[in-house]
Write a protein that binds this ligand. Structure first.
Ligand SMILES: [Mn+2]
Length: 572
């Protein structure tokens, strides 16, 4: 095997290989593990491998927390009416649910409202503020929203309702007039490396309030750890980085989900038919979509009620409703995707709209188009006013949707977004001008995107290293997800001995190097499937996984990409 050099050519998926840490080339599992720990600055007993709740940062280190916690503790003590302003996506409804459950358990008089996606849109609605004030709320708490809700906060103030904003979205140059703005994204905050989702921020507010109440000898009997299953759900659903504080929260949240879930999560897992142990992928692909289906097709409140439910029969009924909404969402999404592809008809400018498309699925369809074609997509529907196209945009690695929208600003009425996603409105008469600007911006970014398509490699390893003991050790790096990908190994120049296509198109391979063999599996990518032909010599990229389908101590190599070693090798 060659020295520490990675193959210079791009992979089959067009990625350029780079070392994640230091170069690591090894053929035996013990050396791989030792070198990996060293490369990451870890040792066997590092706290990283045993995340502890005791290591969560002090909530009072968050800007405005002392003010917020003192005020909220007073409201609880005095029985003042409190109103929670949520949002309709998974993070927003989950954060609302945990605030509702915990504050009520602490004796609070708490009401809440979740906006409707199509009727109200994101953010604290002024009407919702007026209704809450009319019902006597003196204190409002927003979750996963509020940082840019200037009008709603001003309205609350005018009506004598103090507002605690809890959020994680980027602020504008000024903050709204509120009693407290708890947001790690504030330039003067930065709490916990800014990785928390909205529900995570709300959880830290609860921790701080529990501390305040304890200081006054009024510590509630309610154990906040009961909420961790839902904190994990929201953190994964919002695709937050699973590092630092989120690693601790999700590690313990998954344990809760698997061993002592809340009534709502138990019902949700039952209808989702997920296998134990539930992991990050199960949340991302099965649990979160069902929670989001409520806000997409019906009303987010349904999902919020499920997640705050204390009644098994109610939870079961709500979970079944969400499951049905999710099936309906899938049908509508598939239909709109088909229509969008037909409308595009091979056009490489992925910007398309229709008067009849469902507001709840256009973002999902944009995501599917972007993944399929490898570049940003904009999908919209015609607004009720009949004058605007309301667009959802989704990107790909290497592209930046927020900057793309900036380039199209002249043709838009309001927009917002970050690197991966965004949205905005385009006046119907400006559509073709928008489309041109969009096409140019995508082309400009595509020219630069190539430089960003990097695939980090942890090691170039021999088949002999890919053993059960190493796979078991590597599992200690979990929970895997955004910001914490499993180790990526390059198996250099191995031979495909056998190739079998299973049900569902999954391809199973047996790899060999003359001395040893290794089972491998390939889930998607048609190009990769065609590439791994029996007898061929290949260099494969992938992760080493414990094979949980069988009881024996087995491993499998999950193939994610390949480097073409060339015809010269095939002939050899
Ligand atoms: Mn969020």
């Amino acid at each position: 095997m060659s020295d520490s050099i990675l193959p210079p050519q791009r992979t089959l998926k067009g990625m350029r290989l780079v070392w994640r840490h230091a170069p690591l080339v090894a053929d035996d599992p013990a050396t791989v593990w030792r070198a990996l720990l060293q490369a990451r600055g870890l040792h066997e007993r590092s706290a990283f491998f045993a995340p502890r709740l005791a290591d969560l940062p002090d909530p009072f280190a968050m800007r405005d927390m002392a003010t917020a916690a003192t005020r909220l503790a007073a409201a609880l003590s005095q029985g003042e009416p409190i109103h929670v302003f949520g949002d309709f996506d998974c993070d927003g409804v989950t954060g609302t649910a945990i605030l509702l459950e915990a504050l009520r358990a602490a004796g609070g008089r708490v009401s809440c409202s979740i906006p409707h996606r199509a009727d109200d849109g994101h953010g604290i609605g002024e009407v919702a503020v007026e209704q809450a004030a009319a019902h006597g709320a003196r204190l409002g708490i927003s979750v996963d929203t509020g940082t840019t809700c200037f009008a709603a906060c001003a309205r609350a103030r005018a009506l004598g309702m103090e507002m605690i904003v809890t959020d994680h979205h980027l602020p504008e140059t000024t903050l709204p007039e509120a009693l407290a703005v708890l947001n790690p994204a504030r330039t003067d905050c930065g709490f916990a490396e800014r990785v928390l989702c909205g529900t995570g921020v709300a959880f830290f507010l609860l921790m701080a309030v529990w501390r305040r109440l304890t200081e006054r000898n009024r510590r509630p009997a309610f154990d906040l750890r009961q909420l961790l299953d839902r904190v994990a759900l929201a953190t994964v659903a919002d695709v937050m980085e699973l590092v630092g504080v989120n690693r601790i929260l999700v590690h313990h949240g998954l344990a809760r989900l698997n061993h002592e879930p809340s009534i709502g999560c138990r019902a949700l897992m039952a209808v989702s038919r997920v296998n134990q142990p539930v992991d990050v992928e199960d949340i991302a692909f099965h649990l979160a979509p069902r929670i989001n289906a409520a806000g997409r097709l019906a009303h987010g409140e349904q999902a919020m009620r499920l997640l705050a439910s204390e009644d098994e029969a109610e939870a079961e009924r709500l979970a079944i409703e969400l499951d049905q909404a999710n099936r309906q969402r899938r049908r509508i999404e598939a239909e709109v995707f088909k229509q969008a592809e037909a409308k595009l008809d091979g056009d490489d400018v992925l910007a398309v709209y229709d008067g009849d498309w469902h507001a709840g699925v256009v973002g999902l369809v944009a995501g599917r188009l972007a993944r399929k074609h490898g570049r940003p997509a904009a999908v919209g529907f015609v607004d009720r006013d009949g004058e605007h196209v309301r667009l959802s945009l989704r990107g790909r690695p290497g592209f930046h949707i927020g900057e793309l929208l900036q380039s199209c600003a002249a043709h838009m009425r309001g927009f917002g977004g970050h690197a991966g996603a965004g949205g905005g409105a385009v006046p119907l008469q400006s559509w073709s001008a928008f489309r041109n600007a969009f096409a140019q911006a995508v082309a400009r970014q595509a020219a630069e995107a190539q430089d960003h398509l990097l695939q980090p490699v942890d090691g170039v390893v021999g088949l002999a290293a890919m053993q059960y003991g190493l796979a078991a050790r590597l599992a200690r790096f979990a929970p895997f997800g955004q910001g914490n990908r499993p180790c990526c190994w390059l198996l250099s120049d191995v031979q495909v001995l056998t190739r079998k296509v299973l049900r569902g198109g999954v391809v199973r391979l047996l790899l060999g190097d003359g001395a040893r063999t290794l089972e491998a599996v390939l889930f998607q990518d048609a190009r990769l499937k065609a590439y791994v032909q029996p007898g061929r010599r290949v260099s494969l990229l992938g992760r080493l996984q414990l094979d949980t389908w069988r009881t024996r101590q087995a491993v499998q190599f999950v193939i994610e990409d390949a480097v073409d070693v060339g015809e010269a090798h095939d002939a050899a």
